[in-house]
Design a binder for this molecule. Structure first.
Ligand SMILES: Nc1ncnc2c1ncn2[C@@H]1O[C@H](COP(=O)(O)OP(=O)(O)OP(=O)(O)O)[C@@H](O)[C@H]1O
Ligand SMILES: Cc1ncc(CO)c(N)n1
Length: 292
């Protein structure tokens, strides 16, 4: 897969000194329960040794039982956050989570274009097309899905849909591992450089085998399937671990393999919380003795 090596590494701006870590930006919503969204992203960046920054798109009222409310941040404020950190600190790689409206998507894309973030710029952009919470509560307006597909996908270096998002965007109902390839091709037709199809939502499959596709060749990413209900934030952890690896200069295939390893271990160390679905552990690398 030759083009797997062509990923831009992201120049960022000026490292403060030799010891400054790479930087990564998440453009995402907050989760008051601390399990998903930008909270999972920031913890993952931290665990991967990358300085995390945020452009908050929406504030959700959320716990382990679901999302009960959401307030959108004005699109111009979202864009201003992107421009503020990119123009001063520099961004080595960026990712998106909840982008709640077409207006938000357009503002984010314009800011990213100006800052060289996206598939034709210096800085890789990982687009996680989050459509709903794991309980099915919508996290975007009706107009956002088409804007994601038609405007954001062609500007993304990598898109990381789960199987529900594949169905919403392409109409393809993936029922087993063999159909991942068909889904990847349909998603690639929307214009991103790479597509990563996540297979967490195939509960009958004894393994979690994801698929990376660059428009020509596909790479399978095998992984165990752990028996746990506590997988809140798995998708965010995966996309942000890939983003962290890209920020550190890894080419795409390597970044995705590192991300897969990170998220598998995060699911393995998932923990119960509240009375609903608990989070994956994005800080499995850090032992409980770290602060003693
Ligand atoms: N039970 C599991 N055991 C091991 N790996 C899993 C499990 N569930 C999901 N994964 C892995 O976690 C990653 C995220 O996949 P998934 O399809 O669950 O994404 P998602 O639906 O976007 O996540 P989220 O639960 O955050 O909405 C993938 O690499 C997937 O293979
Ligand atoms: C804020 C937010 N982003 C993403 C998800 C999906 O994991 C969620 N539940 N909440």
């Amino acid at each position: 897969m030759s083009s797997m090596d062509s990923t831009p590494t992201g120049t960022g701006i000026r490292p403060a000194n030799d010891t400054a870590p790479p930087t990564a930006l998440t453009i995402a919503g907050s989760d008051s329960g601390g399990s998903a969204g930008m909270h999972a992203d920031l913890r993952t960046f931290f665990s991967c040794g990358v300085h995390g920054m945020t452009a908050v798109t929406a504030v959700t009222v959320q716990n382990t039982l679901g999302v009960s409310d959401m307030v959108e941040i004005p699109p111009e404020t979202v864009a201003a956050q992107v421009e503020s950190v990119a123009s001063d600190i520099g961004v080595h790689a960026a990712k998106t989570g909840v982008l709640p409206s077409a207006a938000c998507i357009e503002a984010v894309l314009a800011a990213c274009d100006r800052q060289g973030i996206g598939r034709d710029g210096r800085t890789p952009l990982v687009l996680d097309p989050v459509a709903a919470s794991r309980n099915g509560e919508p996290l975007l307006r009706a107009d956002a899905l088409a804007a994601l597909r038609d405007e954001a996908f062609p500007r993304a270096t990598l898109v990381t849909p789960n199987l529900d998002e594949v169905r919403l965007l392409t109409g393809i109902e993936v029922r087993d591992r063999d159909q991942l390839w068909e889904a990847a091709k349909a998603m690639h037709d929307f214009g991103p450089e790479y597509v990563l199809i996540k297979s967490g939502h195939l509960p009958e499959d004894p393994e979690c085998v994801d698929l990376l596709f660059d428009g020509r060749e596909a790479v399978t990413l095998p992984g165990p399937r752990y028996s746990t209900v506590h997988t809140h934030g798995a998708g965010d952890a995966f996309a942000s671990a890939i983003t962290a690896a890209l920020a550190r200069g890894a080419p795409m295939e390597r970044a995705v393999r590192l991300g897969k390893r990170f998220v598998s271990r995060s699911v393995r160390h998932a923990y119960p919380l509240g009375s609903g679905v608990g989070p994956v552990s994005t800080f499995w690398r850090i032992s409980s003795r770290s602060i003693q």
